[in-house]
Design a protein around this ligand. Structure first.
Ligand SMILES: *Cc1c(COP(=O)(O)O)cnc(C)c1O
Length: 219
């Protein structure tokens, strides 16, 4: 793909998203050159799903990029990203949150985190139940170096639009129920295939990879 078409694709995705919605450009499996092209077109928020890849790319790209970790995070890898990561979308346990708090303290930072919620029917998708998420929201004051700023969820990968809509609705309901009490700001839902539905259901943060960067090679 030449860089002009990448820029054009980015701009057309950008244009399709209302200004109150944060676009996270998901650059996993794509080289730093492609990220730089999209950066030059104005994008500053990028998402990666693997710590190793994020750690390799981050020092090779401009320092004003806000890096989001969107994939599963193992506790023993938190230390590699704690110094610079701007938002972690994938909190799936109190143990992980506790480790992030500990590492953030070493850098004298407060790290913003989203609770990843299980809303899909698929076995392969994971995350917290609503009850588990409520428990963690209630305990966060014990962890001064993290801030839970919202929730993230992935809908079932299906052509059944109504099902996808219902799943997003359930997450939006949870978010709205707790938004004021816990000062939540981010409802992260929507990917290339379903972000329009997610935005209709209240998403204010979409994570878009292939519609911008093209298809990924399988890992
Ligand atoms: C890869 C990924 C995305 C982006 O997926 P696309 O379908 O390429 O837009 C979004 N969220 C998460 C958690 C991902 O792993």
């Amino acid at each position: 793909m030449d860089s002009l078409s990448l820029t054009e694709r980015y701009l057309s995705v950008r244009k399709s998203i209302p200004s109150h919605v944060t676009l996270v450009a998901v650059s996993k499996f794509h080289p730093v050159e492609a990220i730089k092209t999209v950066y030059d077109a104005g994008q500053r928020v990028f998402g990666e799903n693997r710590v190793q890849e994020l750690v390799e790319k981050q020092p090779r790209l401009p320092s004003d990029i806000q890096w989001h970790l969107i994939g599963t995070l193992q506790t023993n890898k938190v230390k590699y990203i704690a110094g610079f990561v701007s938002l972690i979308h994938s909190i799936d346990s109190l143990k992980l949150l506790t480790e992030i708090d500990k590492q953030a303290m070493k850098y004298n930072r407060i790290i913003d985190c989203l609770l990843e919620m299980y809303i899909a029917e698929e076995e392969s998708k994971h995350g917290l139940s609503f009850t588990e998420a409520e428990e963690i929201l209630g305990m966060q004051n014990a962890l001064p170096n993290i801030r839970i700023t919202g929730v993230m969820g992935m809908a079932t990968n299906t052509g059944n639009v109504e099902q996808v809509r219902e799943e997003f609705k359930s997450l939006a309901t949870f978010y709205n129920k707790h938004k004021e009490k816990y000062n939540l700001q981010h409802l992260s839902m929507g990917m290339s295939g379903d972000y329009q539905i997610a935005i209709e259901e209240g998403s204010n943060m979409v994570r878009i990879g292939s519609s911008i960067f093209g298809e990924r090679k399988p890992a």
